[in-house]
Each structure stands twice: as C-alpha cells, then as structure tokens.
Design a binder for this molecule. Structure first.
Ligand SMILES: *Cc1c(COP(=O)(O)O)cnc(C)c1O
Length: 418
C-alpha cells in the first residue's frame, strides 16, 4: 500500500520532475536560456499577470516563463523538490546560503526593527545583521543566552521589544560549530504570544543547514520559514553553492519577488547539479552519520583530546538533550573537538594528516578539518570567541563518507605527532 506521503528518500530522488512534460527525458534537461519567447502578444500579457499574481509558470496553459532572473524551469524543479523535503507549501531557491539569508532578512525586517537570534551565529549572518543592517538600517540584534530555556528566550525578546518592533527570531540549531541546541517549538510559542502586543507575531526562521531536511524539520516544530545552505549536505560534493527558504506560499512568494530585484536566483546548471545531488542525500547522510559517531567515540576516548561536542553526547537529563531527541532524527556529522594544548599543538596535528583535507565548509563526501580560531572564527575578537566556546585548541571536523577506518587511522597517526 502507498503511504500518504512518500518517504523523504523517495522524494529526494524524483519529486519535482515529470519526464512526460520534457519529451520523456528520464533526467531533467538543463534549460540554458536567459529569456522565453511568448506565443503571441496576449500570452505575453497573461505571463506577466501570472508573475505579478505569484502563480507558478506551469500552473495553467496561459501562464509562462518570462526571463530567467524571475523564474526558470530548473529552478521550479528544485523548488518543488526542496518544498516536498521540507514539508512546505512553497520554496525559493537562491545562489548561495548567504543569498537566501540576505534576501530573507532584508525582505522581512524593516528599518528600526529588532531581531532576536540564537548565539553564536554563522559568521555571514552575524556580519549581515551587525555590519550592514545595524549601521545602515538601524536594526538591532539581540542574542539569546540559552535557547532551550524559556526565561532566557523571553529576556532576549523583552530587550528587543524595548528597542523596536520585533521582526524576526533567527534560530540556528544545532549551532555552528558547537552543536548548541535551540528549542524551535518553544521559541515559536513565545513568538506567537507577541501577536496581540505588536499586531503580528515575529516570524521564526530556522537555519537548518547543520542537520538538513532528512534529520530535522523546523516547519513541523512550528517555525514559519526553514532556510538551508544547499552548499553543504544537499549539494554534498563541495562543488557548488546554493540556498533555499521553504514555508507557506504567502511567506515565500514575496521572497521570490525580492530575489528578482536582488538577482539572487540560482542558475539552471546549479539547480540541475542539486537535483542530481539530492538523489543520494539519504545514502550520504546515513553513511556520514555512522562514520561521525565512530569518529566522535574514538576522539572522546583519546588521551590527547580534551572535549568533543558531538550532539549525540549531549548530557542525559539536560534540557538540550530532551530537545535534541524530540527535534532531530540524528546527530549529523559535523562537530568540534579540543586537543590538549593550543595553536602549536593543533597545527602540528593538522599538518600531519594525510587523508583528511584542511578546508572550511562541511557536508561534502570528503572529510574536512579546520582550526576554528584561525579560519572560520578568525574575525571574531578573542574574548568573544572564547566566551562562545571556541579556544585555540578547537578543531572542526565535517566527517565524510570515506571508510571509517581510514578517517580514524589518519586522526590517530596525526594525534601521535602532537
Ligand atoms: C555555510 C553556512 C551558511 C552560508 O551558506 P553559503 O552557501 O556558504 O552562502 C549559512 N548557515 C550555516 C549554518 C552554514 O554552515
């Protein structure tokens, strides 16, 4: 018997593409065209009416594509597949995770408003809020101390309301790189309570990059929008950049309009690569997750390792653990560990690696490793960096799909060199 809704692994393989609509081609053709020819003058008018009304080009015989910055067939296919994976009504796809984030925040937050966010934030999001929207738009950002604690979330909300109307609560969970957990359902409940107070509730937007659609579904937890950097686990091969935002049609449609103005759409070839990559996301997520658990256990038991922040090791009986178990279907495969020592010891270990590659980014087939303080967190002042848990001994690891014995073997021989 067919289930009501196909399994996500099945959605990832085929949703959003119908061979019958494309000459029977088993795989999506790439529509390399910047513009689309109208059948006649009336068709041109109805196509533009359709765009302004927010109707998808394939939704009726009189609709149509206009110009690839507005919309194009490969974008539609990928949006439909990502919407299905995120269990959303609609999705907008962008040319990077940051394009998705900047288009969303610049659409949703008015000058003078405030934003509440989990902390630490992805560096690009932090920069957008504090270096652009702060000084240029008078938007003030307020961090949440402990995002599984109701009092701490409410305190950040109260501070924000004292500054100005609260436009957005931006949630990253698990956080990069320390796997800090935020309770999406709790934050969504607190946001809804503000509806009477300020006319409309602030929108809760979750950056789901660290887990991806197979391990965490923010919309089902009560979030309004789910943002994902497709560069990471969706792309999965460290060879493209992309981003997406999913949610109710009424919220996503204005983001597509803003995307047209900002030119932040993803091109046909990038969409096609992502459609192809998504087909193996289930297999990759499973294998990388199993490897990550084995690597995390090896590191936890190693005498030269001081700490491992793998989400699977969250302390029993903690609020973070309870939230993690309710919210996530797995621990993912990116985490940090601290070696005993500092920068010199970390560098010695990293330079002794033979299989693992030294690079930022995450979610690829290959295992990537980097020294956080001198790479991803280089621009964060030392005091703030250390307060957020990133010391000179902190190393981030994105575990890939190689054989686990080779990953562990490489780490073992490199740790001996410290
Ligand atoms: C990488 C990343 C982003 C930004 O995505 P890009 O595709 O690099 O622009 C945003 N949030 C998180 C959590 C990320 O890891």
């Amino acid at each position: 018997m067919m289930a009501d809704r196909p399994h996500p692994d099945t959605i990832a393989v085929g949703a959003g593409y119908d061979p019958a609509a494309h000459h029977g081609a088993a795989k999506p053709p790439i529509y390399l065209t910047s513009t689309f020819v109208y059948r006649d003058a009336l068709h041109a008018r109805t196509a533009h009416e359709g765009y302004l009304a927010g109707r998808a080009p394939e939704s009726g015989p009189d609709e149509g594509y206009i110009y690839a910055r507005l919309d194009h067939p490969n974008l539609q296919m990928l949006q439909e597949r990502m919407a299905a994976l995120d269990r959303a009504e609609a999705c907008a796809v962008f040319n990077s995770g940051m394009a998705a984030i900047s288009t969303t925040l610049l659409s949703l937050v008015r000058p003078g408003e405030s934003v509440v966010h989990t902390s630490p934030l992805y560096g690009g999001t932090d920069g957008l809020l504090n270096n652009l929207m702060g000084p240029v738009h008078g938007v003030k950002a307020f961090p949440i101390g402990d995002a599984v604690d109701e009092a701490a979330i409410s305190a950040a909300v109260d501070r924000a309301l004292a500054h100005g109307r609260l436009g957005v609560i931006w949630v990253e969970t698990p956080s990069n790189p320390l796997a800090g957990i935020a309770d999406i359902a709790l934050i969504a409940r607190i946001a809804r309570r503000l509806e009477l107070q300020q006319g409309a509730a602030p929108l809760v937007v979750v950056d789901n990059t660290f887990m991806g659609p197979l391990l965490q579904n923010p919309l089902e937890q009560g979030a309004d929008l789910c943002m994902t950097s497709l560069t990471k686990y969706a792309g999965g091969h460290s060879d493209l950049l992309g981003g997406s935002v999913s949610g109710r049609f009424a919220l996503v449609e204005p983001l597509r309009k803003m995307r047209t103005l900002m030119g932040t759409h993803l091109d046909p070839h990038g969409c096609w690569l992502l459609l192809r990559s998504l087909e193996t996301m289930g297999l990759r997520t499973e294998r990388a997750g199993r490897n990550a658990e084995a690597v995390a256990r090896f590191l936890r038991d190693h005498p030269k390792v001081a700490r491992v922040t793998y989400a699977g090791f969250l302390p029993e009986d903690s609020a973070a653990r309870a939230t993690y178990e309710r919210q996530c279907a797995g621990a993912g495969s990116t985490f940090v560990f601290d070696i005993k020592g500092g920068e010199a010891e970390a560098f010695r270990m990293l330079d002794a690696l033979r299989v693992l590659r030294l690079a930022v980014s995450l979610g690829g087939t290959e295992t990537l490793i980097c020294h956080s303080a001198t790479t991803t967190h280089f621009s964060v002042p030392k005091a703030r960096r250390e307060a957020s848990g990133v010391s000179d001994a902190t190393i981030r690891l994105s575990v890939g799909i190689e054989h686990e014995a080779d990953i562990i073997g490489d780490l073992a021989q490199a740790l001996e060199r410290i």
